[in-house]
Design a protein around this ligand. Structure first.
Ligand SMILES: [Zn+2]
Length: 219
């Protein structure tokens, strides 16, 4: 059974109401929502989350919990880096066909990675393939990890981001993903936790914003 199929079962074992339907998605800004019909929709990256994170999700959607406890729960599950565990296509990453001009862009990204690696990581990070994604509409960049062994597969950069935001912003995105790469390659947890924030500050990037929305039933 895939981790995704297992997610509903795991949530129920941890106390999710038996009649609540679970669905996964890969929307990049809204990590979690409860629909008016009582369906729990969450990012499919959560199928790789440990029980601790799933319990936080259950506390967050539990209306009987105090506001403070639910806020704390929200902070906890937002720290889990769903994007690191959910490449934008199932199975092996499907490569998009290269377009005219892509090779020059990819070359520039590889050089940027090499320079930043020397500047901030003492050249210790592995060279990593870049790919350009037109499917990424909300997120700017994404470190793709093999969920089984945390091996770094690639860094994807959104074509829309490249088109709209300019190279200074793209460099910021690449650095953010490189901090995750550093976490993965040094056997640290790949997340937005304290170590991430410390390292991010050190290299001059801010942790990514993410938000959770509860819709439908007015909570
Ligand atoms: Zn991140």
């Amino acid at each position: 059974m895939t981790p995704e199929r297992l997610l509903g079962t795991r949530l129920r074992q941890l106390g999710l109401a038996a009649d609540m339907e679970v669905a996964t998605h890969s929307n990049r800004t809204v990590m979690l929502s409860v629909t008016a019909r009582g369906q729990l929709r969450l990012h499919r990256g959560y199928s790789h989350a440990p029980d601790r994170v799933l319990r936080a999700i259950l506390r967050f959607i539990d209306a009987r919990q105090s506001r403070e406890r639910r806020r704390a729960a929200e902070r906890e599950f937002l720290l889990f880096p769903v994007h690191a565990y959910a490449p934008s296509s199932k199975g092996p990453v499907r490569l998009e066909r290269l377009r005219p001009g892509d090779e020059a862009v990819l070359q520039r990204l590889r050089e940027m990675h090499r320079g930043l690696n020397v500047q901030w990581f003492e050249g210790t990070l592995a060279d990593v393939p870049f790919r350009l994604s037109s499917r990424m509409k909300v997120s700017l960049g994404e470190l793709c990890l093999d969920a089984r062994n945390k091996q770094v597969i690639s860094i994807a950069i959104s074509r829309r981001h490249l088109r709209r935001d300019g190279w200074a912003e793209v460099e910021h995105t690449v650095l953010h993903e490189m901090v995750h790469q550093w976490q993965a390659e040094t056997d640290r947890a790949v997340d937005h936790g304290r170590e991430f924030r410390t390292k991010a500050r050190e290299v001059g990037v801010a942790p990514a914003a993410a938000r959770a929305v509860l819709g439908g039933n007015g909570r």
